[in-house]
Design a protein around this ligand. Structure first.
Ligand code: PLP
Length: 394
């Protein structure tokens, strides 16, 4: 027996592989510190939990209409105004998390042989779903010196007649990078000039420390060629609820609904009502989360920079840092994969090698600071001590 060859195109996410190893170490009695998984440790806001329970009690346990319950689609469309995006319910499709929308959009937009511009380093699922759809990922670099923003000139240089989609992820996983308003405008002009789709993954769009909240879809003419992918996992600490959405031209929402009918039917109805409460209730929970994450970001950036051989920029968004550890690697002769591997096995501190996000991630680690502040302090101590010991014996 064998599987269809198309499955061979799929990649994976190392965060889950490392999480699995970390759990095995925990099962053996070790206290593992989790800096690998992109999940806020904050609880889902109580009013959102209550709305979910209320929806269950009220019997909202049946199929919903495929593109999402109208009240939620409407609330999502309204919420996009904060990013300057004008949308209506007809532009919104609700899915069980942002990932199914990413997958659906890739299958809906990419023809076999199409080239898709993907960030490197970048969320590994982009290249995976591009390949699955028969496309070819073409990697573009980020500009580390400019807040890890997309390197616009390098992107322009990679456009060919086969280029069909530009994937943006702002703020960016794994670097926390953002783009300047000027760069967003240049990217929009590039997309217009070459008639490209933009797949704009904005799951960290509200987790910003520079007070901004924007979207390339807000620029003139761009909503017609952009699919925004977003969700509730990160902004409202709802990773396990599975709730996300896409925002797209209304004509595309129609075939996308057919696609949803074929593979999802709909998103859990009571979960959609919890999401409605998240969007229409007080946004204090989001502001509190951003404030708490900012404190953790500063703690981690300071702690990492205090380690000899580590250089860590201060990210403007999301909850990741992407420290350059080449000073440590040069002194000890290990690769970033080996460093991440040994930090887990020997210092029981789980984080990811930069190369888990593409070849350009070499020389870096990805550190998620979405966990508890106390654990982050402990983790920094462990990393500092362990790296010091490694350098001493090298
Ligand atoms: N996009 C990016 C860049 C992510 O980092 C993640 C999760 O880590 C997702 C999408 C998936 O989010 P969801 O939990 O809504 O499927």
């Amino acid at each position: 027996m064998r599987t269809a060859t198309r499955l061979d195109a799929l990649g994976t996410e190392d965060a889950y592989v490392v999480l699995d190893r970390a759990k095995q170490l925990e099962a053996q009695g070790h206290r593992v510190l989790h800096l690998e998984i992109g999940e806020p440790e904050m609880a889902t806001p109580p009013h959102v939990v209550e709305a979910g329970i209320r929806a269950l009690r009220e019997g909202r346990t049946r199929y919903a209409v495929a593109p999402g319950v109208p009240e939620l689609r409407d609330a999502i469309a309204q919420s996009l105004r904060a990013r300057g995006v004008r949308a209506a319910a007809e532009n919104v499709i609700v899915t069980p998390g942002a990932k199914p929308m990413l997958f659906s959009a890739a299958l809906a937009l990419i023809e076999p042989g199409d080239e898709v511009l993907c960030p490197d380093p970048g969320f590994p699922i982009y290249a995976s779903v591009v390949r699955f759809a028969g496309g070819r990922p073409v990697y573009y670099p980020l500009d580390e010196a400019r807040a890890f923003g997309p390197a616009v000139d390098a992107i322009a240089a990679r456009v060919t007649p086969r280029t069909r989609v530009l994937v943006l992820n702002l703020p960016h996983n794994p670097t926390g990078g953002v783009a300047s308003p000027e760069d967003l405008e240049r990217l929009a002009a590039l997309a217009e000039r070459h008639d490209l789709w933009i797949l704009s993954d904005e799951v960290y769009g509200q987790l910003r420390y520079d007070g901004r909240c924007d979207s390339i879809a807000a620029l003139p003419g761009m909503s017609e060629r952009t699919v925004i992918v977003d969700g509730f996992s990160k902004t409202y600490s709802m990773t396990g609820w599975r709730l996300g959405y896409g925002v797209m031209p209304a004509w595309l929402a129609e075939p996308m609904t057919t696609f949803v009918i074929n593979n999802l039917s709909c998103t859990a109805t009571f979960v959609q009502y919890a999401g409605l409460a998240a969007l229409t209730g007080s946004q204090d929970c989001v502001h509190q989360m951003v404030a708490a994450l900012r404190t953790r970001r500063d703690l981690v950036v300071r702690g990492l920079n205090a380690i000899d051989g580590v250089r860590c920029a201060t990210p403007a968004g999301a909850f990741y840092t992407f420290p350059d550890v080449s000073g440590v690697l040069d002194r000890t002769g290990v690769t970033c994969e080996a460093l991440a591997d040994r930090l887990l096995g020997e210092a029981h501190t789980a984080l990811l090698a930069g190369t888990a996000f593409g070849p350009e991630g070499a020389g870096h680690l990805r550190v998620s600071y979405a966990g508890g502040a106390h654990d982050l302090e402990l983790a920094l101590e462990r990393i500092g001590r362990w790296v010091g010991r490694l350098a001493a014996v090298a």
